[in-house]
Design a protein around this ligand. Structure first.
Ligand SMILES: Cc1cc2nc3c(=O)[nH]c(=O)nc-3n(C[C@H](O)[C@H](O)[C@H](O)COP(=O)(O)OP(=O)(O)OC[C@H]3O[C@@H](n4cnc5c(N)ncnc54)[C@H](O)[C@@H]3O)c2cc1C
Length: 371
């Protein structure tokens, strides 16, 4: 089976890795677009504290969080022992004792289905500050032990390198869909043209993130995926050992803090649906991110500004995972929005399996594109 995966973010990398592992002949094509979401994403893995308005999406996100350690063990076995994943826990900051108690009750109910959430504890403000020293005064916090953080760049790179080790070929370039003789709506996929050169395949997966609408346009199937710009700032607190600091989730604003091993604190992020693919750090974005971060954690003000990253989250009503109707052999894997670093490896592996005709442990019907 010859499979082309278009898109080298975390989703495409996971598709390429899984399919190579299952014996497919894989070509991964990536255009290196500015604003790849994977390269900008914060990397928080904590689906259990989300509102869960969409039960199918929530269940997928929880399954993805549960599957992470197994994937990491596989990668370790192949020679990538540390891809930056660390179960550092998360601190929710509900703002009052009553709200914190509500949050603990909700999480305790959810934990029955998702024990990987780990212990949930009510902490006094001073205890929270001991765990994350730059934090300002907070009345109370809720600690979720199973929450983790990961560097999306490193996970995607490890998955891609592991795929190559298993035989995949990486082809830099911008891909256009090549349809077979049946034409839009009635045909099958022939492959892609990468910078004009035809590469034939039995199946193609569009893991093209926020760019999926234009990639699939030749099929005539409308794909409601839009870019949501996120600006996110990195600050160094050298020489502090930040490697075990928990993720800080104040709730309500879409802003948060997390830390990595190299004295690095990441403050995110804007959620801007308006600017399309305008790849820029804006004064307004920077002011918003730094203003929220310093209000929450005044101790960050003494740090050193490192950089601000910009990424386009692929936003859809729901994840879009599975076959594209009317075009045999064509599949889509996108729409993971603000939780694609959590869901990407799992979602990509599911779509790769579907493309190879393998049985799936999960029903993808809720995530299928309508014709
Ligand atoms: C600021 C920010 C913070 C985030 N924080 C988190 C978080 O804390 N936790 C979490 O779980 N998620 C988070 N996310 C979301 C997550 O980053 C994304 O959902 C995820 O990375 C999407 O991955 P993807 O592979 O679908 O898309 P992308 O990573 O955008 O990759 C798409 C790839 O497709 C390629 N491509 C597109 N069109 C073509 C073409 N025609 N030919 C060839 N290649 C093409 C592009 O070059 C790109 O490399 C965050 C995102 C942002 C922006």
């Amino acid at each position: 089976m010859r499979l082309i995966v278009v898109g080298g973010g975390i989703v495409g990398a996971a598709c390429a890795y899984t399919a190579s592992n299952l014996g497919a002949e894989v070509t991964l094509v990536d255009a290196g677009r500015d604003g790849q979401a994977t390269a900008a994403g914060a990397g928080i893995i904590c689906p259990w504290s989300e509102p869960a308005r969409d039960p199918a999406r929530y269940a997928l996100a929880c399954a993805a969080a549960r599957e992470y350690p197994a994937l990491l063990a596989e990668l370790a076995g192949l020679g990538w022992p540390d891809v930056s994943y660390r179960q550092v826990g998360a601190l929710l900051l509900p703002g009052s004792q009553a709200l914190a108690e509500d949050a603990v009750q909700l999480l305790a109910r959810r934990r029955a289905q998702t024990p990987e959430m780990g212990a949930v504890e009510l902490l006094a403000g001073a205890q929270a500050r001991r765990l994350f020293p730059p934090l300002g005064p907070v009345p109370v916090a809720v600690y979720i032990a199973g929450a983790a953080r990961v560097d999306g760049r490193r996970v995607a790179a490890a998955l891609t390198e592991a795929a190559v080790r298993l035989g995949a070929v990486v082809r830099p370039g911008s891909a256009e869909l090549a349809l077979g003789s049946g034409g839009p709506g009635a045909g099958r996929v022939a492959g892609v043209r990468a910078d004009g050169e035809l590469i034939e395949a039995d199946a193609v997966i569009a893991a093209t993130g926020a760019w999926t609408g234009s990639f699939l346009a030749p099929t005539g199937v409308s794909v409601a995926v839009t870019p949501e710009r996120g600006q996110i700032t990195h600050i160094s607190l050298e020489p502090a050992d930040t490697s075990r600091w928990p993720v800080i989730l104040p709730g309500g604003t879409g802003h948060y803090l997390l830390a990595f091993d190299d004295s690095r604190v990441v403050a995110g992020a804007t959620h801007e649906p308006g600017p399309g693919f305008d790849y820029r750090v804006t004064p307004a974005g920077l002011a918003e991110v730094l203003g929220e971060a310093l209000a929450l954690a005044p101790g960050l003000s003494a740090g050193r500004y490192l950089e601000t990253r910009v990424g386009f989250r692929p936003v859809a009503d729901r994840p879009l995972l599975g076959p594209v109707p009317g075009v045999a052999g064509l599949f889509v894997a996108t729409g993971l929005g603000a939780t694609g670093l959590t869901m990407g490896p799992y979602a990509g592996s599911l779509v790769a399996r579907a493309a190879l005709g393998e049985a799936l442990a999960v029903d993808l019907t809720p995530f299928q594109l309508s014709g």
